[in-house]
Design a binder for this molecule. Sequence first.
Ligand code: CDP
Ligand code: MG
Length: 695
Amino acid sequence: MAGFQEPPLKKPKTDVNFVFNSHLPVQQSPIRGVNGHFNNKQHAGNFLFPKGPATFKPKVQGNGANRNTKSSDQLKILKQRHALPIFPARPRLLKELKKNDVVIVIGETGSGKTTQIPQYLHEERLDRKGAICVTQPRRVAAITIAKRVAEEMDTNLGELVGYSVRFEESVSPSTKLKYMTDGMLLREAISDPLLSKYSWVIVDEAHERTVSTDVLFGIIKDAQKSRKAFAKYPLRVIIMSATMDVDHFSNYFNKCPVLYIEGRQHPIEMFYAREKQEDYVLAAMSTVIQIHKEAPPQHDILVFLTGQEEIDAVVHNIRLIAKDNSLAEFPKIRVHALYAALPAHQQLDVFRATAAGERKVIISTNIAETSITIPGVRYVVDSGRAKVRNYLPGSGFDVLKVKKISQAQAWQRTGRAGRETSGFCYRAYTLEEFNAMAVNPVPEILRSNMSSVILQLLAMGIKNILTFDFIDKPSTEYVQQAVEQLTLLDAAKVVKSDMLELTETGKKMAQFPLDPRYAKILLSGPDYGCTDEVLTIVAILSSESIYTNPSGKKEAAVNARRKFSSMWCHENFLNYRNLSYTVEVRKQLVQVCQRCGISIVSCQQNLDSVRRCIIAGLFTNVAELQLGGKYLTLDSRQEAALHPASVLFGGKPAYVLFTELVHTGKTYMHINSAVDAQWLFETAPEYFRKRHIKI
Ligand code: CDP
Ligand code: MG
């Protein structure tokens, strides 16, 4: 098993030739809305214009846990809160929220929606009967925002303010403001479809349209209707976003009102590449160096690229280039990576202000697009790409692939340059390329494997997936393929036409916060006598990489890992934090196993048993060696290669099982294990008979 490495990047030789396109003055900036909705007369009355400085005293504060030591900090924080664009709109906002069952709130990133609105509700005691839940698509955002809000409310995290993300939570019975991932709220809905703990559910970053957010819309709508009829208190809903196809959402929620927070978007000068760039990574990197040579220090640069490996390589290269003598006369550069898998302390480092004469360069995934705001950014460099999950039709799995972003995302990225004062945005693509981009991103539900979601919907008692009230209906073909996968895993069975039911195995599988295939591996543990071993493997597969890839030592790290290709490792190059997290994940999976009555037995290093057990869940993820030496996946006949860093590279076993396909120039199989054809046939005979596997 091995992680991936990108080949080291070359130093950029040529500069990208940019053409100045336009100033984007505040009033006409398309950053302020998609499809002209901001100027839409229909919504004009709903602008929450700031009405000059307002004063107010919070009626309810935190428990004052730290009041003695932090009073001056608290004053500073209160001042910051009052200076946010949302603050002057507080009275009107609350009035509208009290009046309506569902409200859509739109406001620029950084205007204070996520941190302030839940506090306003609490200050007005609107959470007396039930808590306030705020969903986020990203676990990092849920954790960092909860920390910030706890600080603002002068309370310890986990008391009044808490968070809940997969495998990690900090909440208590007194928690009133709960930040959680959309996936976690969906999981809670399995045992409590009415979401009865909450008086408010706030779906934040709704424009991201993750599968979980989309499904939540349907669940919330249903819960709201049911609670009107017989619950002790109604369910109030707020949908929040920086940008959104507003009419589509408003129509879905019975023409609910849309409120706009007047943001503070400063003018941004736009530049487009004069010619199409062959290599967007090199283009982005050389643009950073160009800007660095021209811009004064303290003008920080935010660069949007696509994924961890690529970002790590660029960070490494910019650091190397910065050491070059020819750059000695320019400001000192501090380069940071920013992506979801980054350990928390390194993520927080990104927010550290620059010292005099220094410049900060942040190389980020789309995580910095809307959910995280970094102060000091004046320059944005946009590669125009993001790594996205895409379902591979005809197969049971998704492929991670670098794709062009949408225009809406490009405007969000641009907006990051003008948050505090005027800024500059360099698009490493041409204006023609921009015009050819889709206006909005395609919702994830229309391009992902649905098996996980369908398992959860079935666990909630929703039997007909095709009639579920989706805001955008997934394709019937994708639903059918997911149903087929669940049937093959023995999780679900068709009871009547289009009506499904969970099997006993399926009911147990739904208890695990895992992809159904991983849950099946754990459930098969006792059959192969290796629950103990597969628990460890699934815990690792469910965590961020436990490996480290220190810059400049990649080869040593790969070699070190080769040594423990099939045994558990006590060597160097392991990421301690992620490893501890994995241990925690494993503990929690053990608890679910115990709840489900799965006996935890060990095969004592009998690795064949372990591999057979893994096949029980992942039999759809198998590739077969062809005569020419290439691999084709058995399911969709997609060409997929072993990565040079894989421990199997060079060996070319006849059948390879993989966890994921990643497309970086070529499609690579991620995390592999060699498997025996005979085992495949024994484990899932029906499936492999259809695919003409040779024994
Ligand atoms: O949700 P929205 O993008 O409208 O704004 P927010 O996340 O509520 O952030 C409001 C302000 O709080 C931002 O301008 C940040 O400066 C600040 N903030 C912070 O200092 N630390 C955090 N972890 C989160 C927000
Ligand atoms: Mg926000």
